[in-house]
Design a protein around this ligand. Structure first.
Ligand code: ADP
Length: 252
């Protein structure tokens, strides 16, 4: 029987099917109906794997919305992210996940088991939501945070709090500050938050950077510079939680 892992995140619902020989991935916005988004994601991976009945897969659900979805098993996102990141980058000793609404650091052993973790889910600063809100004020897209030209001077952003940082950005724009420089300053503040979180939990080993924000390679580079550690950004970084749920031993 194939395993399906579903990670119902605050922003995106990720789904991975593992049939023992191949992985099938699907991502959809979580939107206002998380259970429906998750149901759609399961349907889509099954269809792509030519599996006709939902009963023919073992489903493990994780993430922020895990309690509202019918599945064979529920597992915490910390456990799933650790397992998924270990699969994506077995050499990493630490997982840094920056998603839509929270960020977390997980220290793992050589089997991907959780040793320790720390989570910031109380404040939007340092998360994807922070960058999304700022993009609105800057009239730019998330992708623009990934394409800041080399050599752009950094405009420091002094406020860590999302609300105050928004006012600061509006003030800087009114003074004619360069947009790319502001974007770089905002990324730098996310990187600094991540570095602070990392310094509280982890060792000196390699970091597997997961979550949607790991798609920003510039952010990964800034975290590398601040921590002096190697930051690995696997291609399927956003799927780490769902992948971990899919590869975990199924409970039949
Ligand atoms: P969640 O599990 O909370 O839904 P995800 O790990 O799926 O979060 O990440 C979603 C976040 O990823 C979005 O809030 C967005 O800020 C960020 N993101 C998505 N795509 C990109 C991209 N191409 N570049 C940078 N950040 C991105």
């Amino acid at each position: 029987m194939a395993n399906v892992g579903v990670d119902i995140g605050s922003t995106a619902t990720k789904c991975v099917l593992w049939d023992g020989s191949r992985f099938v991935y699907y991502l959809t916005p979580t939107g206002w109906a998380p259970a429906e988004s998750a149901e759609k994601a399961v349907r889509m991976v099954c269809r792509r794997a030519h599996i006709l009945k939902r009963g023919d897969v073992h489903i493990t659900v994780t993430g922020y919305g895990r309690n509202i979805f019918q599945a064979d098993r529920r597992v915490t996102e910390i456990t799933c992210h650790a397992a998924g990141a270990h699969r994506l980058a077995p050499e990493a000793t630490t997982v840094l996940d920056i998603g839509g609404q929270d960020s977390k650091v997980i220290r793992i052993d050589e089997n991907g088991k959780v040793l320790d973790f720390l989570m910031n889910d109380k404040c939007a600063a340092g998360t994807g939501r922070f960058l999304q809100n700022m993009a609105v004020h800057l009239g730019c897209k998330l992708a623009d945070f990934c394409n800041i030209p080399e050599g752009t001077p950094l405009q420091p952003i002094n406020n860590m709090c999302t609300v105050f940082a928004e006012s600061e950005v509006i003030g800087l724009l009114a003074k004619g500050a360069d947009k790319d420089s502001i974007c770089l300053g905002l990324l730098d503040s996310v990187a600094q938050r991540a570095a602070n979180l990392l310094s509280r939990v982890s060792d000196d080993g390699d970091i597997c950077f997961t979550g949607g924000c790991a798609q920003n390679r510039l952010l990964a580079r800034l975290i590398e510079q601040k921590t002096g550690r190697r930051v690995i950004t696997p291609e399927k970084a956003q799927f780490a939680g769902a992948l971990g749920a899919a590869v975990m031993e199924a409970v039949r």
